[in-house]
Structures are given as structure tokens and as C-alpha cells.
Design a protein around this ligand. Structure first.
Ligand SMILES: O=c1ccn([C@@H]2O[C@H](COP(=O)(O)OP(=O)(O)O[C@H]3O[C@H](CO)[C@H](O)[C@H](O)[C@H]3O)[C@@H](O)[C@H]2O)c(=O)[nH]1
Length: 329
């Protein structure tokens, strides 16, 4: 039996594919390679194409004995979603509908879903727990919440079981040094800081130092991408054992400020990183930190790469050895 990974050539998808291959799973990937990279795949059988292509999906389910799906394929840029909402409803929401319909047709009843802390919006308290209010403040978070709700109804009506994993700030790179983070354009803090260290950009901008936090900059929960990958494998096992659908936060449980990230990057790289203070970025909550107690107790998940310094060192190794990311692919 194989596991279908949609969006498997993306950042978190490719690390999950690597972890699945490591434990000997058969892996089938569907990726349209719009934001993913062929070079990020360390193995598996790739179908290059889009979830909204119903014929392609029918062919994938026909040609492979798929037992479970891990669903990453989506657009995930908050800023872009606020400029082009239709793109997010189409690719994320309609794409997920096509996938669930294809699963129904093929009789596949297990799906692990890549969700986000952006489903909560401005948190009502910190650390955030799964039962807390979900009121997204951007279209990206809204579409992910809609996708979760769609899965809940496909479970109630058709018995398709899901595990939704709400990640906080994915960071770091694979221990092998072969795969890492390559977004174009890059908008995430750690890769941007490291690109500034490599002199690929003139400086790192800090978006706001007047937040209600100890040093005035935003606090986020940075979680290693390989720890995230491990949680997906545990979620597949959880569903294979016949458990019920559920939602889990995935984070370190520890927050670091933008200034702490930059200081740590300076130490790890031993390089000067020019910093420019700028205005707040729209829609950034001051503090986002996860309670991952539920994932720990129910899935037995324990993140093992929790030191910010180690997370940044892994990312630095990747950036140094791949200064142009995956190059043209
Ligand atoms: O050049 C930059 C880039 C980011 N930041 C700051 O660094 C922090 C982290 O920003 P990222 O863009 O790296 O990450 P976000 O917290 O905005 O977003 C992440 O978490 C979101 C959930 O809240 C979504 O899941 C999203 O996809 C994911 O990247 C924020 O306070 C941001 O303002 C800067 O100061 N300068």
C-alpha cells in the first residue's frame, strides 16, 4: 500500500516524503511544481500535475494502491492571499474538494492535512489550544479553516477520517543537508536573515519594534521541519489504527522574538547581519505560541530539535551549500 503526498515537492512536503521513504513506505507524489521543486524529492513516484485535474487524480488512484493521503498542496502566502483571494479559494478550497471526491471514488478513507496557526487569527490566549477561537485574519487562514470544515463533513457523511495538523512557524533543514527551504519569493524570517548574512540581500527588515513583548518585536514558535514531518507519520499511524478524526497544534511551545532570531543567526554564522527597523506588517499578531500538549499525549509526538540555535544552524548549512536553493528546478 502506498501513501499519496500532495504537494510533496514543497518545503514541509519534501521533508515528510524523506521521512516516509526512510521508514520504507511506498510514496506517490502529486505536485504541479508551481512552488515545489523536482530537486526536493529524494525518491517516490512523481505525477506532475494539479489536484484540480480530475482525470489525473483518477489515474493516480487507479494506478496505485493508496491507503492514506497526506495533503500539503496549497498556496500559503498570507500577503498574496490578501491581494488575490480567488487564487486561494480556487487552488486551496476547490483543490481539496477535488481530492476528497477522488478519495471517495477510490474508497480511500484516511487523510492527514497540512493546516496552520493562521486558522486562529489573533489569539484569545497564549499558548494557543486546539479548542480556542478560530477567526482568521487573512484569506490564507480562512481557506485552511474551510478545508478543515470540508473534511469534517466528508467524515460525518462519508466516513473519510482526517487528522488536521496546525503548524506554527516551520523552520530548519534536513540533517542530510540535501533538502531545505526555497520559497520564491522568500518571505519567511529565518531564510531572509540568512540571505542577509550571505550578502544576497542588503539587510533584514524588522517589522515593528513597538509590540507588547519584552524587546518590542513579534514572538513566534519556530518548529523544526523534520519534527513536523515526524508528526505526519504519527498521524498516518493514528488513522491506520482506526482512530477518530482530530485536530492537533504542532509547535515548540517556546516563543522567540524577531530580535532573538537575528541575534542567534549572528552567533551561528559568525557574520554581521545589517538590520533595518521598519513599520509593522499588516495582520501580524504580537505573540503566537502553541500548546502542543494534545499532539504529545495523543500522537506520542515529542519534538527533538527544539533549540533555536540548532534549527538556525541546520538552515545555515543548507543556505551555504545551496546559495541558489534548488537552482532552476
Ligand atoms: O523580513 C521579515 C520577515 C518577517 N518578519 C517578522 O518575523 C516574524 C515571522 O514572520 P514569517 O513571515 O517568517 O512567519 P509568519 O509568522 O508571518 O507566518 C507563518 O505563520 C503563519 C501562521 O500564523 C502562516 O502559517 C504562515 O504560512 C507562516 O509562514 C513575524 O513577526 C514577521 O513580522 C520580519 O520582521 N521581517
Amino acid at each position: 500500500m502506498a501513501i499519496l503526498v500532495t504537494g510533496g515537492a514543497g518545503y514541509i512536503g519534501s521533508h515528510t516524503v524523506a521521512a516516509l521513504l526512510d521508514r520504507g513506505e511506498d510514496v506517490v507524489i502529486v505536485d504541479n511544481l508551481q512552488t515545489g521543486h523536482r530537486g526536493a524529492l529524494l525518491g517516490g513516484k512523481l505525477y506532475e500535475g494539479d489536484l484540480r485535474d480530475k482525470e489525473l487524480l483518477a489515474k493516480v488512484f487507479k494506478e496505485n494502491e493508496i491507503d492514506a493521503v497526506i495533503h500539503f498542496a496549497a498556496n500559503s502566502l498570507v500577503g498574496e492571499s490578501m491581494q488575490n483571494p480567488g487564487k486561494y479559494y480556487d487552488n486551496n478550497v476547490f483543490g481539496t474538494l477535488c481530492l476528497l471526491e477522488a478519495m471517495k471514488e477510490a474508497g480511500v478513507s484516511k487523510i492527514v492535512f497540512s493546516s496552520t496557526a493562521a486558522t486562529y487569527g489573533e489569539p484569545e490566549k497564549v499558548p494557543i489550544e486546539e479548542g480556542d477561537r478560530t477567526e482568521p485574519t487573512n484569506v490564507y487562514g480562512e481557506t485552511k479553516l474551510m478545508m478543515e470544515r470540508m473534511m469534517a463533513w466528508f467524515d460525518k457523511v462519508l466516513g473519510i477520517k482526517y487528522v488536521s495538523l496546525r503548524y506554527f512557524n516551520a523552520a530548519g533543514a534536513h540533517e542530510s543537508g540535501k533538502i531545505g527551504e526555497d520559497h520564491r519569493p522568500e518571505s519567511h524570517l529565518i531564510p531572509l536573515v540568512l540571505q542577509a548574512a550571505l550578502k544576497q540581500r542588503a539587510h533584514i527588515s524588522v517589522f515593528g519594534e513597538d509590540y507588547d513583548t519584552p524587546d518590542g518585536t513579534c514572538i513566534r514558535d519556530y518548529i523544526h521541519v523534520s519534527d513536523l514531518a515526524d508528526a505526519h507519520l504519527r498521524a498516518v499511524d493514528y488513522l491506520r489504527k482506526g482512530n477518530n478524526s482530530d485536530i492537533f497544534n504542532l509547535g515548540n511551545g517556546q516563543g522567540f522574538s524577531v530580535k532573538q532570531v537575528i541575534e542567534t543567526a549572528k552567533q551561528v554564522t559568525g557574520l554581521d547581519i545589517p538590520v533595518v527597523m521598519e513599520a509593522r506588517r499588516a495582520g501580524d499578531p504580537a505573540v503566537l505560541v502553541a500548546s502542543s500538549d494534545k499532539a504529545r499525549s495523543v500522537l506520542g509526538w515529542t519534538p527533538s530539535r527544539t533549540k533555536l540555535e540548532d534549527i538556525i544552524r541546520g538552515a545555515w548549512n543548507w543556505h551555504q551549500s545551496h546559495p541558489s536553493g534548488y537552482g532552476d528546478n
